[in-house]
Design a protein around this ligand. Structure first.
Ligand code: UDP
Length: 461
């Protein structure tokens, strides 16, 4: 491969932790492995998180744009979806970013004139950057953070809508994929309308159209994980999908620190006692009712397993009742470090795609409890397709709804001590090893090389 030192890539992640984290890992790969110059665009309030994640190891150019002020629906100062008071404000938040277009283009034009820009890797949610890229004649690649299974199934079902006449929990098969059995409850309600409309649908359509005009899709997955879906997408749809992950494997191991956080000390202790720990976390933005949190607490308590629960809300009295066996943490944790800890043997997860990849890469089986967006489909993939985890279902047998403490207790025990848990543990180990191979000289490594060659060098021969 020819030298990369003349290449300059602009990275623009959407302002959500679940989007920023994998794109920072991608940045690490471009900087370290490929020697490419990278400029990251973000807003002022998101900049410290990015600097902190990267600066120790790499000098990095960061452009801070102003987040639009005075948006009536948005509380002032909120520049990241995990700080929104409710995810119902997601669409106004995402639409507000369109007001950054002129600033983005001004800086991009200056960069382009001074040092040249080989390519923009933009978050898919910034559909408007397609226009900016076209104006300046720069190739645009899109990053969404979804896998091929979800992208392909959603696209197939957007074209074939015959399942819409079924009841919410009636099972149906996805055309072209006879083994994939879903229900309408695997999708957020607005996608099950006969004539989908409203601001969320408009947003999804807008970004999908912009993506279809881009030069390619970067997917945080590896081709051996889901070959049928990757092949189908690349045969039937566009733009071309390139699997360059799992990106969490680009995250460096934790260096030795003077002061370990209390949750790592807790895990060390459990390890010394030869006890396995269930890690419980539902991502950076799940909204869980107080009633549901109480049932989780009771289920964990009764399961008698050791657990580490990262949760933003307060869970009254739990820690006192399970002293020494369970720890509840309200701060931001390093999830990858937790999953890589030798004592962690299970993950009760909302199945955000980053969490799912991180768990698989750490060979930790998953107890899938999806909450929203594409998480129910990820959970199907985890439990039905890959067999790397078990599935929580609601009291009424649906994939969506209230889950009582007795179900939590039973499933936690099954994952940590049961036969099904053992099976999932075996599978996740094999798939975790395949993930490492893909990133260390294997398919994802080669794909990134090829993508850089095909996309960036067209402009910079
Ligand atoms: N995360 C973390 N510490 C926390 C909460 C979340 O490191 O306290 C990370 C987690 O490891 C993952 C990302 O935040 O990389 C969350 O992304 P995911 O797709 O799993 O879920 P989302 O938060 O987008 O729903």
């Amino acid at each position: 491969m020819s030298s990369n030192s003349s290449l300059h890539i602009v990275i623009f992640p959407f302002m959500s932790k679940g989007h920023i984290i994998p794109m920072l890992n991608l940045t690490r790969l471009l900087l370290l492995r490929h020697g490419i110059t990278v400029t990251i665009f973000t807003t002022r309030a998101n900049s410290p998180f990015i600097r902190q994640s990267l600066s120790v190891q790499h000098p990095i150019n960061i452009v801070e744009l102003e987040f639009p002020a005075d948006i009536p629906e948005l509380p002032p100062g909120v520049e990241s979806t995990d700080r929104l008071p409710s995810m119902s404000l997601f669409v106004p938040f995402a639409n507000a970013t369109k007001l950054m277009q002129s600033d983005f283009e001004r800086v991009l034009e200056n960069l382009s004139e001074s040092s040249g820009v080989s390519c923009i890797i933009s978050d898919g949610f910034f559909g408007w950057t397609q226009q900016s890229a076209e104006k300046l004649g720069i190739p645009r690649l899109v990053f969404y953070g979804m896998n091929n299974y979800v992208m392909t199934i959603c696209r197939v079902l957007a074209l074939d809508r015959s399942h819409l006449k079924l009841g919410p929990d009636e099972s149906f098969t996805v055309p072209g994929f006879p083994s994939v059995k879903l229900t309408k409850n695997d999708f957020d309600p607005e996608f099950n309308e006969p004539e989908p409309k409203g601001p969320h649908i408009e947003f999804v359509m807008e970004v999908a159209i912009a993506t279809s005009k881009s030069q390619g899709l970067l997917v945080n997955s590896f081709s051996e994980l889901e070959p049928a879906y990757l092949d189908y997408w690349n045969r039937e749809f566009c733009p071309k999908a390139w699997c360059v992950g799992p990106l969490c494997l680009a995250e460096p191991p934790k260096v030795h620190r003077d002061q370990k956080p209390e949750w790592i000390k807790f895990l060390d202790l459990k390890s010394a006692e030869d006890r396995s720990v269930l890690y419980v976390a539902f991502g950076s933005q799940a909204e869980i009712s107080e009633e549901q949190l109480r049932e989780i607490a009771v289920g964990l308590e009764r399961s008698e397993v050791c657990f580490l629960w990262v949760v933003r809300s307060k869970v009254e009295g739990l820690e006192e009742r399970v002293e020494g066996r369970g720890l509840v943490v309200r701060e931001w944790v390093d999830q990858v470090e937790i999953l890589r800890h030798e004592s962690v043997k299970g993950f009760m997860s909302h199945c955000g795609w980053n969490s799912t990849m991180e768990s698989i890469c750490a060979s930790v089986p998953i107890l899938a409890w999806p909450m929203m967006a594409e998480q129910p489909l990820n959970a199907r993939m985890v439990a039905d397709e890959l067999g790397v985890g078990l599935r929580i279902v609601a009291n009424n047998g649906s994939v969506r709804g209230f889950v009582g403490s007795e179900i939590v207790e039973k499933m936690v025990r099954e994952l940590m001590e049961g036969e099904e848990g053992k099976e999932a543990r075996k599978k996740v180990k094999d798939i975790g090893e395949a993930a490492t191979e893909a990133m260390e000289g294997g398919s994802s490594w080669r794909t990134l090389d090829q993508l850089i060659d095909e996309t960036c060098r067209k402009k910079n021969p």
